[in-house]
Design a protein around this ligand. Structure first.
Ligand code: F6P
Length: 374
């Protein structure tokens, strides 16, 4: 039987554990199955431009503990890629490149956007496999994704550290935590770091409810508060405005109207990006305490992966190689506790795992007296 040739790429925002997953997949592919492996540079863009490097035992060695992705990444969409200033459908070129390289399968490591791209390539006839990566933990059909555990540790340490400075200065400190439209990272770090208030996209907040919590703390002598704010958190009025704009997307009667409505949602989301600073001003006015904002930003996803992400990346990577050996394509390798499960991409692409309002983490936060702004 001819040796299999497999392509691999990383796409979307980088996350700790990507290299562990490339290594896990690659070592299993090369050592257990004897396949040839090529790594496309910079995500879907490198695939469209046919830029790649050969991966072998030597190039996969020493990367388990490193952050970022050895292959580079980008946020390009395969069906709408900007090339020489023009938006083009690059799917036919990508299919051609895969044929040119005689690929038996293409492994895509990425989050929600990558799952959608992988599905488009699957529908164009490629043998695709997806491994779930994101610090946001918002991919459906998998318990978690590599990157999340490390980001959770970093964000938790930040929430911890903000306590002593907030306490010393009798201030409110709002810390903005990544997570895109989902609140997993802020909720997890807020609980683990002991934030007094946690604000999530899934639970619209009111300034009065937050100020009330801060006042109650002050009444028993705690003249400071730490507020963990998910980057997608919205107050009640803004949430309603976005819900309305999203309804227009659903009800749009033509592709053009849908695209225009989607742009409307994006515009609104962008205009609410400075929410954390506005909220700080509102809380100062409501409580008379000084407020400061600390945006955690990219430190949450840079740097070395923790043990959990190295383990998860390795497990999912190895399971991905086994899936290809079994001829399983058009699937994501989902994490199910100590095992894995192959999930059809059509059940994953285009979906987002939000924090359910009755989730155990939410109940735990409320039970220990953390306010959620509602
Ligand atoms: O999806 C991962 C993530 O880090 C989100 O938490 C954040 O909203 C986004 O990426 C930032 O994107 P970019 O890297 O394009 O600035």
């Amino acid at each position: 039987m001819a040796t299999k040739r497999i392509g691999i790429l990383t796409a979307g925002g980088d996350a700790p554990g990507l290299n562990a997953a490339i290594r896990g997949f690659g070592k299993a592919a090369i050592q257990e199955h004897g396949w040839k492996l090529i790594g496309f540079r910079d995500g879907m863009r490198g695939l469209a431009e046919n830029r790649f490097m050969e991966l072998d035992g030597a190039s996969l060695s020493g990367i388990l503990t490193t952050g970022g992705t050895m292959l580079g990444t980008s946020r390009d969409k395969v069906h709408r890629m900007v090339v020489d200033g023009e938006t083009r459908d690059m799917i036919p070129t990508i299919v051609e490149n895969c044929e040119k390289n005689k690929l038996d399968a293409l492994v895509c490591l990425g989050g929600g956007g990558t799952a959608k791209n992988a599905r488009r390539l699957m529908e164009a006839g490629l043998n695709v496999l997806h491994l779930p990566k994101t610090i946001d933990n918002d991919i459906v059909e998998t318990e978690t994704s590599f990157g999340f555990a490390t980001a959770l540790e970093i964000a938790t340490e930040a929430v911890d550290r903000l306590h002593s400075t907030a306490h010393s200065h009798h201030r409110i400190i709002l810390t903005e935590i990544m997570g895109h439209r989902a609140g997993w990272l802020a909720l997890g770090a807020g609980i683990a770091g002991g934030a007094d208030v946690i604000l999530l996209p899934e639970i619209p907040y009111s300034v009065e409810a937050i100020a009330d919590k801060i006042e109650r703390r002050r009444s028993y002598g705690s003249t400071f508060s730490v507020v963990a704010v998910a980057e997608g958190a919205l107050n009640v009025a803004d949430r309603e405005e976005i819900n309305h704009a999203e309804a227009l997307v659903k009800d749009a009667s033509s592709p053009e109207a849908k695209a225009a409505a989607k742009r409307g949602v994006k515009r609104l989301e962008a205009s609410h990006r400075a929410n954390t600073f506005t909220l700080a001003e509102q809380l100062e006015a409501a409580t008379g305490l000084e407020a400061r904002v600390s945006i955690l930003g990219y430190v949450q996803r840079g740097g070395t992966p923790n043990a959990a992400d190295r383990l998860l990346g390795t497990r999912l990577g190895v399971a991905g190689a086994h899936a290809i050996a079994d001829g399983e394509f058009g699937v994501m390798v989902g994490d199910r506790g100590h095992g894995t499960e192959l999930v059809p991409l059509k059940r994953v692409a285009g979906k987002v795992k939000y924090v359910p309002r009755d989730h155990e983490w939410i109940r735990a936060a409320r039970a220990v007296g953390t306010a959620l702004g509602d």
